[in-house]
Each structure stands twice: as C-alpha cells, then as structure tokens.
Design a protein around this ligand. Sequence first.
Ligand code: ATP
Length: 564
Amino acid sequence: MTVVIDGGLAEGEVNAIGISFGNSNSSIAYTTGEGKAEVIANEEGDRQIPSFLSYIEGEEYHGTQAKSQLVRNSNNTVAYFRDYLGQDLDSIDPTPCHASAHPQKHESTVAFSIQDTEPETQNVVTVSEITTRHIRRLASSASDFLGKKVNAAVISVPTNFSEAQREALTKASKAAGVDVLQMISEPTAAVLAYDARPEAEVKDKMIVVADLGGTRSDIAVIASRGGMYSILSTSHDYETAGAQLDQILVDHFAKEFMKKHKTDPRQNAKSLAKLKLEAEATKKALSLGGNASLSVESLADGVDFASTINRTRYELLAGKMFGAFTRLIEDAVKKADLDVLDIDEVILSGGTSHTPRISTNLQRLFPPSTRILSPSTLPTAIDPSSLSARGAAIQASLIQEFEKEDIEQSTHPMVTVTPHLRNAIGVLVVSEDVKKGLFTALVERETAVPCRRAGVFAVPREGGNVIIKVCEGIRDIKITKKEKAKTNGKADSDSDSDDDQEEEDEEVKEKVWKVGTVLAEAAIRDVKKGGKVEVTVNVGVDLGVQITAREVGGKGGVRGNLDK
Ligand code: ATP
C-alpha cells in the first residue's frame, strides 16, 4: 500500500527539480517523461525569476514584483544576495546592493535589516533565512506547476562557490523543505543541457562556457572526452557583466535628460532606480530589434521622459565593454594553455549572452570551425538564460533514484581530480624505407584516464613491412604570413601611392602536430597493398600505456605494454 503524505508524495518519494540560483535571477526546471528539460514559469509567467524579496506591511513579494519595489521600497527589498551565503561581511562586495537593503554583519554571517513582518519593526534577517524564503517560493511555484510537492533539487552554482557557501546553501534549502541532492557547476550544467539533446552528437571536444550574468561573468574551459567533462580553467569577473551595460544606458539617457531639463536624474535615488529598471528593459529590447524606446513617468522634478535608441548607437556606446567580454574569454582560453584554434564550441550562457554583439565579436575571435552557440549566431541555440536550470534538471532526473552515498561519489567532480594526459597520443604509420609519416591524434590531450581509443589507418600505398609508431603529439600553432590581397584596381594603384603594399600582411594560424616522444614502435610484416592497420591505445589510471596493432582482416597482431 502506498502511503500518500503531504502534497501528493508517497512516503520516501523524491520529487526533484533543477534550480539555477543566480544573484540576479533564478530559474526552475523539470524533465518531462521523455527526459526533455523544460523551464517552469512562475505564477506571474516569468521563467527568469528575479532573486529578489520585498516586504510591504508584512506581506512578502517575490521575483518581478519584488524587483519593481526597488523604486518605492528599496530599504525593505533584498537583492543580489546569493554570493553572500556562507561568507562574513569582510569578504563580500556589497556594491550590487547599494540601491536595496544593505548587507550588514550579524555574528559571523551577513544579514539585512528590514521591516519584514510588520511595518515599523526592523528585523535582522540573515542571508541564510532570505535564501530559505527564496527557495521556498521557487519550490512552491514548481510544486504548483507539477501538481506535486517538490522536495529535492539539484542546484547549479558557480565553479568558485566555496565549501562554506555550499554548506550554507544546503542548510538554507533544507529549511525550505528542499533536499539538495547535488550541486552542479554552472558551466557543466550548460554543457549537459546541450549534450542531453536527442540530436546531440557526444564526441570529444574542447568547450568554452561563457556564463555572462547580471553581476558577474564566469568563464570555464572544459574538455569533453568520451562523455566525461574536465574543467581545465576558470575565471571570474565582477566588473564585466549586465549591470555595467545597464549603466551605459543609464548614463546615456541621464545626459539626454540633463540637456533638456538641467537636472541629473542619477542624483536622486528614486529617479535613478526608475531609470535603471527602464534602461535594463531597453537593453533587452535592443537584443531583439534594431530600435528600442525608453519611457519613464515622472523621472525627476515631476517631468516625464521618453526617448529612443538604435542598436548601432548602443553598440558604439558599449563598444569598450563588449571588447572586455571578448578579452575575458580569450584570457580564459590562454589560462588553460590553449589557443582559440583548439576550441570546438563556445556555449554562451546567462542573460547577457542574448546580446548579439557579444556573440558576433566572438565569431571574429575564433576560427570559422568553432561553433558559437548563442541565439544570434545559431538559430537552434538553446535560450542562454535557461541553460543552467535545464542542466540541473537533467542531472536531477539522472540521480534522483540514487542512494545518498552514490550521489556523494558522483558529486565530487571526479572529472577535476582524475589524472589527464598533458599531450595527445597518436600514430604515425610509415613504410620501412620511408621514415616520415603524418601524425594522427588518437587520444586527445586533456583526456581523463583510464581511457581506450582505437583507430584504423591506411598504410603506405605499396604495403609490405609497415612500422607503426605510437608517439606523443604536441599541439603547435603554425603562423604563416599571407600577403594581403590588394583591393584597388591597377589604375588606382598607379595613381595612388603604394598604400596598399603598406598594409600589414595577414597572419594565418593553423593547428599542427609536433611529434614528441615515441612511446612504442611496432612492425607488421607483409601488409597487403592498400591495406589498413588498426591501432588500439589503452591508458591506465597509472598512465601506463597498452598498445595493440594488427592488420585489418589479417591474422595476428602486435601487443605491447609501457609503464609510466
Ligand atoms: P549574476 O549571478 O551574475 O547576477 P544571474 O545568473 O543571476 O547573474 P542571468 O539571468 O544569467 O542572472 O543574467 C542577468 C543579466 O542578463 C541581467 O543584466 C539582464 O539584464 C541580462 N539580460 C537578460 N535578458 C537579456 C537580453 N535579452 N539581452 C541582454 N541582456 C539580457
């Protein structure tokens, strides 16, 4: 007999969702019967739910309703608090909260002094308690939508979320009735959201995930090898994010208003809050269309303000900031000791990734072979704002039936602690008399071990005795200077000075392999003309290598072990 407890759940039943919990927004997602992840809209119809809580006369407002309270009720509105969890006041940056309830010290944690239960009564509410209330609201929206109480979740968090932050989040969620099954890193969630699509071809690739949010941007370089993800480098930036783009528009419109009305709306807190909210909406509209308008009732001194801006102007104003996003990504690639030519995919995640110019700039940074997954560069891209929540939901559906201990095992990203190959391992197939051949990588660099890869290689045309060299491959970037093609006709260049010749030559970069240490050599006799050999490489956890080589369709083969 099934005992039904509260909210339609049987005793011991786990009903888990995915939660993306950001400083600016949160999202909730679930997986359908077919394993597809879908983002849930809350009662107000929002899929990106502002991580805001606001209190008016003892009543709690959440999400968009709370965010709009920044104008009239900013002191009792708590915002941008996720990163404060598990930290003390001295280690946080309070800047994002300058226009809402200010973080303050409370014992060893951060808290906010707000009138939450009744007017005129100032209460100190810890960031943990605020998080509990926020998660409770998210879980309640999900439970309403699913028609069944949600009692567990996988939550996505940044890669630099500390152990103390994780613990605080686990406790705060538990207090909200949500058991945290696992925390998944935001970039891993984004990769998972793409790789879980039925049409996805899961193959070895090097991925950059650029999670561009409201208060921070986080970049991760990830090697996906045999379906396992290894994070190679991460970087975090708190000066290059959506808030800075909002500020550019706030300044632009404030100046326009000042020209006409001689008052700076940024000098008054209420005017600034109104302008900020509208500027953000205008910024979002500019991601979709070429023109956007802004209108604020009674912006300052009781004067209404309306204006428009086109995308070209916005891109000019924000050009430097857009450049900063590109640099962040380029630097993260370098930090992983890679070149842009090594990157197969760039996944743009987070709300700011909707900005067309940010993704088109990346098209210029990366070679044409790199896929830039964002709405303006790929029509089939997944909504960047939903990637973390989708990935978390997929993970939740994968692990919700696991025993707690098994989850623990899979939680600790074995991906980051397992040994990796620093160099690729590949094969050179040569005939006995010609000693040079073309290196083909069989096991890519950064592959987590143990691993096994096999490949079939054509032998030199005449066949005969063939030598197979299994060697390390060191990826090198070859730069060739290409003379820039002249754009002017002959007549022009005669009359004109030789400006064209003075133009700098173009640099063409390509990935080439330098053959490193030869790990093993095998000789296969009397391979038939036009034949093929199959080579298998096994790398153990101890980095010992086992190699087998045989003629396809032939008898016998060679096998060898190599200790490291
Ligand atoms: P963080 O933790 O960095 O504050 P988050 O993960 O909570 O961010 P996101 O929803 O990923 O929040 O990003 C919010 C940012 O994305 C805001 O600055 C918002 O204005 C911006 N944004 C959302 N939609 C768009 C859009 N269509 N075009 C441009 N920017 C957008």
